[in-house]
Write a new protein. Structure first.
Length: 503
Protein backbone atom coordinates (compact mmCIF):
# COMPACT_ATOMS: atom_id res chain seq x y z
CA UNK A 1 0.00 0.00 0.00
CA UNK A 2 1.25 3.47 -0.94
CA UNK A 3 1.64 5.54 2.25
CA UNK A 4 -0.15 8.44 0.56
CA UNK A 5 -3.31 6.36 0.82
CA UNK A 6 -3.28 7.00 4.58
CA UNK A 7 -3.57 10.74 3.87
CA UNK A 8 -6.38 10.09 1.41
CA UNK A 9 -8.21 8.04 4.07
CA UNK A 10 -7.86 10.81 6.67
CA UNK A 11 -9.16 13.38 4.17
CA UNK A 12 -12.27 11.23 3.70
CA UNK A 13 -12.72 10.49 7.41
CA UNK A 14 -12.07 13.95 8.91
CA UNK A 15 -12.07 16.40 5.97
CA UNK A 16 -12.62 19.53 8.05
CA UNK A 17 -10.13 18.76 10.83
CA UNK A 18 -6.92 20.85 10.88
CA UNK A 19 -4.08 19.10 9.09
CA UNK A 20 -1.36 21.75 9.31
CA UNK A 21 -1.27 24.52 11.91
CA UNK A 22 1.31 27.30 11.99
CA UNK A 23 1.66 28.31 15.63
CA UNK A 24 -2.05 28.72 16.46
CA UNK A 25 -3.37 29.44 12.95
CA UNK A 26 -4.81 26.68 10.77
CA UNK A 27 -2.99 26.52 7.45
CA UNK A 28 -5.16 23.81 5.88
CA UNK A 29 -7.73 21.13 6.68
CA UNK A 30 -7.26 17.48 5.77
CA UNK A 31 -9.41 17.89 2.66
CA UNK A 32 -7.28 20.86 1.57
CA UNK A 33 -4.08 19.02 2.46
CA UNK A 34 -5.01 16.07 0.24
CA UNK A 35 -6.05 18.38 -2.61
CA UNK A 36 -2.73 20.23 -2.43
CA UNK A 37 -0.81 16.96 -2.43
CA UNK A 38 -2.74 15.67 -5.47
CA UNK A 39 -1.97 18.89 -7.37
CA UNK A 40 1.68 18.91 -6.30
CA UNK A 41 1.98 15.30 -7.49
CA UNK A 42 0.54 16.34 -10.84
CA UNK A 43 3.06 19.16 -11.02
CA UNK A 44 5.92 16.74 -10.30
CA UNK A 45 4.82 14.57 -13.19
CA UNK A 46 4.02 17.32 -15.71
CA UNK A 47 6.79 19.84 -14.95
CA UNK A 48 9.65 17.68 -13.68
CA UNK A 49 8.98 14.51 -15.63
CA UNK A 50 8.90 12.41 -12.48
CA UNK A 51 7.95 8.79 -13.08
CA UNK A 52 7.13 6.01 -10.60
CA UNK A 53 10.31 4.93 -8.83
CA UNK A 54 12.18 8.18 -9.51
CA UNK A 55 13.90 9.77 -6.53
CA UNK A 56 13.00 13.26 -5.39
CA UNK A 57 15.22 15.14 -2.96
CA UNK A 58 13.88 17.35 -0.17
CA UNK A 59 16.51 19.82 1.02
CA UNK A 60 14.31 22.01 3.18
CA UNK A 61 14.23 23.55 6.60
CA UNK A 62 11.11 22.94 8.69
CA UNK A 63 8.10 24.61 7.09
CA UNK A 64 4.32 24.16 6.83
CA UNK A 65 4.52 22.63 3.33
CA UNK A 66 7.26 20.08 4.13
CA UNK A 67 4.86 17.18 4.60
CA UNK A 68 2.89 18.37 1.61
CA UNK A 69 6.00 17.88 -0.54
CA UNK A 70 6.74 14.52 1.06
CA UNK A 71 3.27 13.10 0.46
CA UNK A 72 3.19 14.55 -3.07
CA UNK A 73 6.27 12.48 -3.89
CA UNK A 74 4.50 9.33 -2.70
CA UNK A 75 1.20 10.30 -4.37
CA UNK A 76 3.12 10.47 -7.67
CA UNK A 77 4.63 7.02 -7.05
CA UNK A 78 8.15 8.39 -6.56
CA UNK A 79 10.70 7.92 -3.77
CA UNK A 80 11.44 10.68 -1.25
CA UNK A 81 15.04 11.49 -0.29
CA UNK A 82 14.83 13.89 2.70
CA UNK A 83 18.21 15.52 3.37
CA UNK A 84 19.36 17.05 6.62
CA UNK A 85 18.99 20.80 6.17
CA UNK A 86 22.00 21.36 8.43
CA UNK A 87 24.46 19.68 6.08
CA UNK A 88 26.75 21.64 3.77
CA UNK A 89 25.24 22.20 0.29
CA UNK A 90 28.17 20.30 -1.21
CA UNK A 91 27.26 17.29 0.93
CA UNK A 92 23.64 17.58 -0.16
CA UNK A 93 24.63 17.64 -3.83
CA UNK A 94 26.81 14.55 -3.33
CA UNK A 95 23.85 12.64 -1.89
CA UNK A 96 21.56 13.79 -4.70
CA UNK A 97 24.12 12.46 -7.16
CA UNK A 98 24.47 9.23 -5.18
CA UNK A 99 20.73 8.53 -5.39
CA UNK A 100 20.43 9.85 -8.97
CA UNK A 101 17.63 12.22 -8.00
CA UNK A 102 15.34 13.42 -10.78
CA UNK A 103 14.66 16.71 -8.99
CA UNK A 104 15.16 18.29 -5.58
CA UNK A 105 12.79 20.61 -3.72
CA UNK A 106 14.72 23.31 -1.87
CA UNK A 107 13.47 25.92 0.58
CA UNK A 108 14.42 29.53 -0.32
CA UNK A 109 16.78 29.90 2.63
CA UNK A 110 18.95 27.06 1.31
CA UNK A 111 18.68 27.79 -2.42
CA UNK A 112 21.69 30.03 -2.94
CA UNK A 113 24.09 27.60 -1.31
CA UNK A 114 22.98 24.49 -3.17
CA UNK A 115 22.66 26.28 -6.52
CA UNK A 116 26.30 27.32 -6.20
CA UNK A 117 27.31 23.67 -5.80
CA UNK A 118 24.89 21.85 -8.09
CA UNK A 119 26.46 20.90 -11.46
CA UNK A 120 22.97 20.90 -12.98
CA UNK A 121 20.88 23.85 -11.71
CA UNK A 122 17.82 22.39 -13.47
CA UNK A 123 17.84 19.71 -10.78
CA UNK A 124 16.90 22.32 -8.16
CA UNK A 125 13.35 23.63 -7.65
CA UNK A 126 13.22 26.46 -5.16
CA UNK A 127 9.91 26.54 -3.31
CA UNK A 128 9.38 30.26 -2.93
CA UNK A 129 5.83 31.58 -2.52
CA UNK A 130 5.16 31.99 -6.23
CA UNK A 131 6.45 28.52 -7.10
CA UNK A 132 4.38 26.99 -4.32
CA UNK A 133 1.21 28.74 -5.49
CA UNK A 134 1.84 27.64 -9.07
CA UNK A 135 2.45 23.98 -8.08
CA UNK A 136 -0.73 23.92 -6.01
CA UNK A 137 -2.74 24.92 -9.08
CA UNK A 138 -1.52 22.06 -11.27
CA UNK A 139 -3.97 19.46 -12.50
CA UNK A 140 -4.61 16.81 -9.87
CA UNK A 141 -3.67 13.19 -10.44
CA UNK A 142 -4.94 10.05 -8.77
CA UNK A 143 -2.94 8.48 -5.98
CA UNK A 144 -0.38 5.99 -7.28
CA UNK A 145 -0.89 2.31 -6.53
CA UNK A 146 2.78 1.82 -5.68
CA UNK A 147 3.41 -1.70 -4.30
CA UNK A 148 4.24 -1.76 -0.60
CA UNK A 149 7.57 -3.48 -1.31
CA UNK A 150 8.81 -0.47 -3.31
CA UNK A 151 11.04 2.20 -1.81
CA UNK A 152 9.32 5.15 -0.13
CA UNK A 153 12.16 6.97 1.67
CA UNK A 154 15.92 6.83 1.16
CA UNK A 155 17.31 7.61 4.61
CA UNK A 156 20.96 8.57 4.50
CA UNK A 157 22.85 7.46 7.57
CA UNK A 158 24.58 10.16 9.57
CA UNK A 159 28.03 9.14 8.43
CA UNK A 160 29.56 9.48 11.91
CA UNK A 161 31.83 6.50 11.13
CA UNK A 162 32.27 6.93 7.39
CA UNK A 163 30.54 7.90 4.14
CA UNK A 164 26.72 8.09 4.44
CA UNK A 165 24.77 5.17 2.98
CA UNK A 166 21.21 5.35 1.73
CA UNK A 167 18.95 2.97 3.64
CA UNK A 168 16.07 1.90 1.40
CA UNK A 169 12.88 2.11 3.45
CA UNK A 170 9.83 0.70 1.73
CA UNK A 171 6.19 1.69 2.10
CA UNK A 172 5.75 -1.52 4.12
CA UNK A 173 8.67 -0.58 6.42
CA UNK A 174 7.22 2.82 7.20
CA UNK A 175 3.68 1.54 7.57
CA UNK A 176 4.95 -1.02 10.10
CA UNK A 177 6.73 1.79 11.95
CA UNK A 178 3.49 3.79 12.12
CA UNK A 179 1.51 0.79 13.34
CA UNK A 180 4.10 0.08 16.05
CA UNK A 181 3.81 3.69 17.24
CA UNK A 182 0.05 3.38 17.61
CA UNK A 183 0.40 -0.02 19.27
CA UNK A 184 2.95 0.70 21.97
CA UNK A 185 3.83 4.41 22.19
CA UNK A 186 0.58 6.35 22.45
CA UNK A 187 -2.88 6.41 20.92
CA UNK A 188 -3.47 9.07 18.31
CA UNK A 189 -6.75 10.42 16.94
CA UNK A 190 -7.98 13.58 15.23
CA UNK A 191 -7.76 15.51 18.53
CA UNK A 192 -4.03 14.81 18.83
CA UNK A 193 -1.18 16.85 17.41
CA UNK A 194 2.51 16.56 16.60
CA UNK A 195 4.69 19.60 17.22
CA UNK A 196 7.67 19.84 14.85
CA UNK A 197 10.52 21.40 16.79
CA UNK A 198 13.12 18.92 15.48
CA UNK A 199 14.06 18.26 11.87
CA UNK A 200 11.22 17.12 9.63
CA UNK A 201 13.83 15.46 7.43
CA UNK A 202 14.54 12.98 10.20
CA UNK A 203 12.69 11.63 13.24
CA UNK A 204 10.10 14.41 13.47
CA UNK A 205 9.05 13.73 9.88
CA UNK A 206 8.98 9.98 10.44
CA UNK A 207 6.84 10.36 13.56
CA UNK A 208 4.39 12.39 11.47
CA UNK A 209 3.27 9.25 9.63
CA UNK A 210 1.02 7.76 12.34
CA UNK A 211 -0.40 11.23 13.04
CA UNK A 212 -1.33 11.79 9.39
CA UNK A 213 -2.81 8.30 9.21
CA UNK A 214 -5.08 9.14 12.17
CA UNK A 215 -6.09 12.62 10.99
CA UNK A 216 -4.12 14.45 13.68
CA UNK A 217 -2.75 17.97 13.35
CA UNK A 218 0.82 18.84 12.40
CA UNK A 219 1.86 21.97 14.28
CA UNK A 220 4.77 23.90 12.77
CA UNK A 221 6.15 26.65 15.03
CA UNK A 222 7.71 29.83 13.71
CA UNK A 223 10.09 29.80 16.69
CA UNK A 224 11.64 26.99 18.73
CA UNK A 225 12.50 29.27 21.62
CA UNK A 226 11.35 27.61 24.87
CA UNK A 227 8.96 30.49 25.58
CA UNK A 228 7.30 29.97 22.18
CA UNK A 229 7.07 26.22 22.74
CA UNK A 230 5.54 26.80 26.18
CA UNK A 231 2.89 29.01 24.58
CA UNK A 232 2.01 26.32 22.04
CA UNK A 233 1.75 23.67 24.76
CA UNK A 234 -0.67 26.05 26.49
CA UNK A 235 -2.78 26.77 23.41
CA UNK A 236 -2.99 23.22 22.04
CA UNK A 237 -3.99 20.05 23.84
CA UNK A 238 -2.39 16.61 23.42
CA UNK A 239 0.65 17.88 21.56
CA UNK A 240 3.48 15.36 21.31
CA UNK A 241 6.93 16.19 20.00
CA UNK A 242 10.29 14.65 19.30
CA UNK A 243 13.43 16.14 20.85
CA UNK A 244 17.03 14.92 20.81
CA UNK A 245 18.62 14.84 24.29
CA UNK A 246 20.23 18.29 24.07
CA UNK A 247 16.94 19.92 23.20
CA UNK A 248 15.09 17.95 25.87
CA UNK A 249 17.53 19.22 28.49
CA UNK A 250 17.21 22.79 27.21
CA UNK A 251 13.45 22.64 27.50
CA UNK A 252 13.48 20.92 30.89
CA UNK A 253 15.37 23.78 32.56
CA UNK A 254 13.29 26.53 30.92
CA UNK A 255 11.19 28.51 33.45
CA UNK A 256 8.55 29.10 30.74
CA UNK A 257 8.23 25.37 30.07
CA UNK A 258 8.12 24.60 33.78
CA UNK A 259 5.24 27.07 34.16
CA UNK A 260 3.23 25.70 31.22
CA UNK A 261 0.20 23.41 31.78
CA UNK A 262 2.15 20.29 30.86
CA UNK A 263 -0.67 18.03 32.02
CA UNK A 264 -2.35 18.98 28.71
CA UNK A 265 0.47 17.71 26.50
CA UNK A 266 0.97 14.32 24.90
CA UNK A 267 4.36 12.60 24.82
CA UNK A 268 7.91 13.89 24.72
CA UNK A 269 9.65 11.48 22.35
CA UNK A 270 13.40 11.43 22.98
CA UNK A 271 16.07 9.58 21.04
CA UNK A 272 18.50 9.85 18.09
CA UNK A 273 21.48 9.98 20.46
CA UNK A 274 22.41 8.40 23.82
CA UNK A 275 20.12 9.59 26.61
CA UNK A 276 21.72 9.63 30.03
CA UNK A 277 19.97 8.86 33.31
CA UNK A 278 20.78 12.30 34.72
CA UNK A 279 19.09 14.00 31.77
CA UNK A 280 16.03 11.77 32.10
CA UNK A 281 15.70 12.55 35.81
CA UNK A 282 15.92 16.25 35.01
CA UNK A 283 13.26 15.98 32.28
CA UNK A 284 10.96 13.83 34.39
CA UNK A 285 11.12 16.48 37.08
CA UNK A 286 9.72 18.99 34.60
CA UNK A 287 7.44 16.97 32.30
CA UNK A 288 6.34 14.20 34.65
CA UNK A 289 5.38 10.76 33.30
CA UNK A 290 5.25 11.87 29.65
CA UNK A 291 8.69 10.88 28.40
CA UNK A 292 9.29 7.99 25.99
CA UNK A 293 12.87 6.95 25.18
CA UNK A 294 13.09 5.12 21.86
CA UNK A 295 16.00 3.34 20.23
CA UNK A 296 16.10 2.97 16.47
CA UNK A 297 18.27 3.49 13.43
CA UNK A 298 17.77 4.78 9.93
CA UNK A 299 17.91 1.14 8.89
CA UNK A 300 14.89 0.33 11.09
CA UNK A 301 13.33 3.76 11.55
CA UNK A 302 12.58 4.79 15.14
CA UNK A 303 11.75 1.17 15.93
CA UNK A 304 13.94 -1.30 17.84
CA UNK A 305 13.22 -0.96 21.56
CA UNK A 306 11.66 1.65 23.82
CA UNK A 307 11.26 2.60 27.44
CA UNK A 308 7.64 3.62 27.81
CA UNK A 309 6.29 6.58 29.74
CA UNK A 310 4.96 4.62 32.72
CA UNK A 311 7.99 2.33 32.94
CA UNK A 312 10.35 5.28 32.95
CA UNK A 313 8.44 7.20 35.59
CA UNK A 314 8.30 4.11 37.83
CA UNK A 315 12.04 3.47 37.42
CA UNK A 316 12.83 7.05 38.39
CA UNK A 317 10.46 7.01 41.36
CA UNK A 318 12.02 3.82 42.73
CA UNK A 319 15.58 4.98 42.13
CA UNK A 320 16.17 2.12 39.69
CA UNK A 321 18.96 3.67 37.62
CA UNK A 322 19.64 0.43 35.78
CA UNK A 323 16.20 0.42 34.17
CA UNK A 324 16.06 4.20 33.84
CA UNK A 325 19.24 4.21 31.75
CA UNK A 326 18.06 1.34 29.56
CA UNK A 327 16.36 1.68 26.17
CA UNK A 328 13.61 -0.66 27.25
CA UNK A 329 12.05 -3.66 25.61
CA UNK A 330 11.52 -4.70 21.96
CA UNK A 331 8.81 -2.83 20.11
CA UNK A 332 5.68 -4.56 18.84
CA UNK A 333 6.54 -6.94 16.00
CA UNK A 334 10.31 -6.59 16.48
CA UNK A 335 12.77 -9.33 17.46
CA UNK A 336 16.00 -8.30 19.14
CA UNK A 337 18.98 -10.53 19.94
CA UNK A 338 22.44 -9.88 21.37
CA UNK A 339 24.88 -11.86 19.26
CA UNK A 340 28.57 -12.62 18.90
CA UNK A 341 29.80 -14.42 15.78
CA UNK A 342 26.25 -15.40 14.78
CA UNK A 343 25.59 -16.93 18.23
CA UNK A 344 23.15 -15.46 20.75
CA UNK A 345 24.85 -14.64 24.05
CA UNK A 346 23.49 -15.12 27.56
CA UNK A 347 21.71 -12.36 29.44
CA UNK A 348 24.23 -9.98 30.94
CA UNK A 349 26.86 -10.69 28.29
CA UNK A 350 27.90 -8.03 25.81
CA UNK A 351 27.36 -8.47 22.08
CA UNK A 352 26.06 -6.74 18.98
CA UNK A 353 22.41 -5.72 18.89
CA UNK A 354 20.70 -7.54 16.02
CA UNK A 355 17.17 -6.85 14.82
CA UNK A 356 14.55 -8.60 12.72
CA UNK A 357 11.10 -7.32 11.82
CA UNK A 358 8.88 -5.56 9.32
CA UNK A 359 10.55 -2.17 9.85
CA UNK A 360 14.02 -3.33 8.77
CA UNK A 361 15.22 -1.76 5.51
CA UNK A 362 15.51 -3.82 2.35
CA UNK A 363 19.12 -2.74 1.85
CA UNK A 364 21.53 0.09 1.10
CA UNK A 365 21.06 1.86 -2.21
CA UNK A 366 23.50 0.54 -4.83
CA UNK A 367 25.70 -1.03 -2.15
CA UNK A 368 25.25 -4.80 -2.40
CA UNK A 369 28.32 -5.65 -0.33
CA UNK A 370 27.33 -3.33 2.52
CA UNK A 371 23.78 -4.71 2.34
CA UNK A 372 24.97 -8.31 2.55
CA UNK A 373 27.21 -7.49 5.50
CA UNK A 374 24.56 -5.55 7.40
CA UNK A 375 21.73 -8.04 6.79
CA UNK A 376 23.72 -11.25 7.05
CA UNK A 377 21.88 -14.25 8.40
CA UNK A 378 18.52 -12.49 8.00
CA UNK A 379 19.20 -10.03 10.84
CA UNK A 380 20.06 -6.35 10.79
CA UNK A 381 23.45 -6.03 12.49
CA UNK A 382 23.24 -2.58 14.04
CA UNK A 383 26.90 -2.09 14.97
CA UNK A 384 25.73 -1.20 18.49
CA UNK A 385 26.97 -3.07 21.53
CA UNK A 386 24.54 -3.94 24.29
CA UNK A 387 23.39 -6.49 26.83
CA UNK A 388 20.15 -7.64 28.39
CA UNK A 389 19.61 -6.65 32.02
CA UNK A 390 16.35 -7.86 33.62
CA UNK A 391 14.71 -8.04 30.20
CA UNK A 392 15.70 -4.49 29.24
CA UNK A 393 18.30 -3.52 26.68
CA UNK A 394 21.32 -1.64 27.96
CA UNK A 395 23.16 0.09 25.13
CA UNK A 396 26.88 0.46 25.61
CA UNK A 397 28.46 1.92 22.49
CA UNK A 398 28.92 1.66 18.79
CA UNK A 399 31.27 -1.27 18.22
CA UNK A 400 33.73 1.13 16.56
CA UNK A 401 33.69 3.37 19.66
CA UNK A 402 34.68 0.63 22.10
CA UNK A 403 38.15 1.25 23.54
CA UNK A 404 40.61 -1.64 23.95
CA UNK A 405 43.19 -0.55 26.49
CA UNK A 406 45.78 -2.94 27.86
CA UNK A 407 43.80 -5.82 26.36
CA UNK A 408 40.59 -4.91 28.21
CA UNK A 409 37.34 -3.85 26.54
CA UNK A 410 36.15 -0.48 27.87
CA UNK A 411 32.75 0.94 27.00
CA UNK A 412 32.74 4.76 26.91
CA UNK A 413 29.01 4.96 27.64
CA UNK A 414 29.56 3.58 31.16
CA UNK A 415 32.18 6.24 31.91
CA UNK A 416 30.04 9.00 30.39
CA UNK A 417 27.04 7.97 32.51
CA UNK A 418 29.18 8.20 35.64
CA UNK A 419 30.91 11.50 34.85
CA UNK A 420 27.60 13.22 34.14
CA UNK A 421 26.76 12.71 37.82
CA UNK A 422 29.69 14.95 38.80
CA UNK A 423 28.45 18.55 39.28
CA UNK A 424 31.29 20.11 37.30
CA UNK A 425 30.44 18.17 34.11
CA UNK A 426 27.80 19.48 31.71
CA UNK A 427 28.62 17.28 28.70
CA UNK A 428 31.16 14.55 28.09
CA UNK A 429 32.42 12.32 25.31
CA UNK A 430 34.80 9.47 26.09
CA UNK A 431 37.04 8.23 23.28
CA UNK A 432 40.13 6.12 22.75
CA UNK A 433 43.36 7.57 21.37
CA UNK A 434 46.42 5.60 20.21
CA UNK A 435 48.90 4.88 22.97
CA UNK A 436 52.32 3.23 22.65
CA UNK A 437 52.02 1.45 26.00
CA UNK A 438 48.31 0.63 26.28
CA UNK A 439 47.34 0.32 22.64
CA UNK A 440 44.61 2.88 23.31
CA UNK A 441 44.19 5.23 26.23
CA UNK A 442 40.83 6.42 27.54
CA UNK A 443 40.29 10.18 27.17
CA UNK A 444 37.31 12.10 28.58
CA UNK A 445 36.51 15.29 26.67
CA UNK A 446 34.37 17.53 28.85
CA UNK A 447 32.25 20.63 28.55
CA UNK A 448 32.33 22.11 32.03
CA UNK A 449 29.19 23.19 33.85
CA UNK A 450 28.75 26.95 34.35
CA UNK A 451 31.11 28.24 37.00
CA UNK A 452 33.45 25.23 36.80
CA UNK A 453 36.66 24.27 35.03
CA UNK A 454 37.91 20.75 34.48
CA UNK A 455 39.80 19.51 37.53
CA UNK A 456 41.46 16.23 36.52
CA UNK A 457 42.33 15.18 40.07
CA UNK A 458 38.78 15.76 41.26
CA UNK A 459 37.27 13.82 38.32
CA UNK A 460 39.77 10.99 38.68
CA UNK A 461 38.92 10.58 42.33
CA UNK A 462 35.22 10.62 41.48
CA UNK A 463 35.69 7.84 38.91
CA UNK A 464 37.75 5.71 41.26
CA UNK A 465 34.95 5.77 43.83
CA UNK A 466 32.60 3.92 41.47
CA UNK A 467 34.48 2.03 38.76
CA UNK A 468 37.44 -0.25 38.19
CA UNK A 469 40.78 1.52 38.01
CA UNK A 470 41.55 0.25 34.49
CA UNK A 471 38.38 1.86 33.09
CA UNK A 472 39.01 5.38 34.31
CA UNK A 473 40.22 8.02 31.83
CA UNK A 474 43.93 8.61 31.51
CA UNK A 475 43.22 12.21 30.50
CA UNK A 476 40.50 14.81 31.10
CA UNK A 477 40.34 17.51 28.45
CA UNK A 478 38.10 20.57 28.34
CA UNK A 479 36.34 21.98 25.26
CA UNK A 480 33.75 24.70 24.90
CA UNK A 481 31.56 22.48 22.71
CA UNK A 482 31.45 18.91 21.45
CA UNK A 483 31.13 18.40 17.68
CA UNK A 484 27.67 17.07 16.83
CA UNK A 485 25.67 16.25 13.75
CA UNK A 486 22.16 17.51 13.00
CA UNK A 487 20.58 14.71 15.02
CA UNK A 488 22.54 15.67 18.13
CA UNK A 489 24.98 12.75 18.07
CA UNK A 490 28.53 13.50 19.15
CA UNK A 491 30.89 13.07 16.20
CA UNK A 492 33.47 10.94 17.97
CA UNK A 493 35.38 10.15 14.80
CA UNK A 494 35.81 13.88 14.17
CA UNK A 495 36.75 14.44 17.81
CA UNK A 496 39.42 11.72 17.63
CA UNK A 497 40.83 13.22 14.44
CA UNK A 498 40.98 16.69 15.98
CA UNK A 499 42.83 15.50 19.07
CA UNK A 500 45.19 13.23 17.16
CA UNK A 501 46.14 16.13 14.89
CA UNK A 502 47.29 18.08 17.97
CA UNK A 503 49.54 15.31 19.28
Amino acid sequence: MNLAQTLRASALAVPSRPAVIVDDTVDCSYAQFADRVASRAGDLISCSGVQPGDRVGLFMTNRPDYLEALYAVWWAGAVAVPLNSMMHPREAVALLEDCKARVCFVSPDLAEGILSEAPNPALIRTLDDSELRRARKADVVGCSTTPEVDDAWIFYTSGTTGKPKGAQLTHANLFAMAVAYLADTEWVDDRSGLLHIALQSHASGLFALPFVARGAAQVVPTSTDPAAIAQLLTVHERLSFFAPPLLMRRLAVSPEIQSAPLERMGTLLVGAAPVYAEDLRLALGTFGPRIWNGYGQGETPCTITAMGQRQMAEAAASGDDLLLSSVGIPRVGIEVKIMQDHVEVADGDVGEVCVRGATVMRGYLDRPEDTAESLRGGWLHTGDLGRWERGHLQLLDRSKDMVISGGSNIYPREIEDLLLQEPSVAEVAVIGLPDAEWGERVVAVIVAAPGFTVDAARLDAFCLESMARYKRPKEYLQLDNLPRNGAGKVLKRELREQLQAKE
